[in-house]
Design a protein around this ligand. Structure first.
Ligand code: SF4
Ligand code: SF4
Length: 93
């Protein structure tokens, strides 16, 4: 059974995926499995993703968005979107 119980790692927008297999073939940590019938990648092991973003950069259809763990975002000074929005709301008052 695949592990899908983490909120970080690659998220695939299947409406944009052309089934080229680039992410599946080049992920250094083998996070993706491959659905032969539908010819699409599946995020099989998101909990082991290093968030290197190689798949996101290499995807020719810009179909992948790698979500960073909260502690990575805080380490790099990137506020999550909802916190940014809260900040804007506070500024307007
Ligand atoms: S690299 Fe992008 S277009 Fe190619 S299989 Fe992966 S998600 Fe789909
Ligand atoms: S971010 Fe890096 S480790 Fe994670 S799925 Fe993409 S290529 Fe693999």
């Amino acid at each position: 059974m695949y592990k899908t119980d983490v909120n970080y790692g690659p998220k695939i927008e299947y409406a944009h995926c052309n089934g080229c297999g680039t992410c599946y073939e080049h992920c250094p940590l083998d996070i993706f499995s491959w659905d032969d019938e539908k010819r699409i990648p599946i995020v099989a092991y998101p909990g082991e993703c290093s968030c290197c973003c190689f798949c996101e950069i290499m995807c020719p259809e810009v179909a992948i968005d790698v979500h960073l763990p909260l502690h990575h975002m805080l380490d790099f000074g990137i506020a999550p979107v909802n916190l940014k929005n809260e900040h804007k709301i506070i500024d307007r008052k």
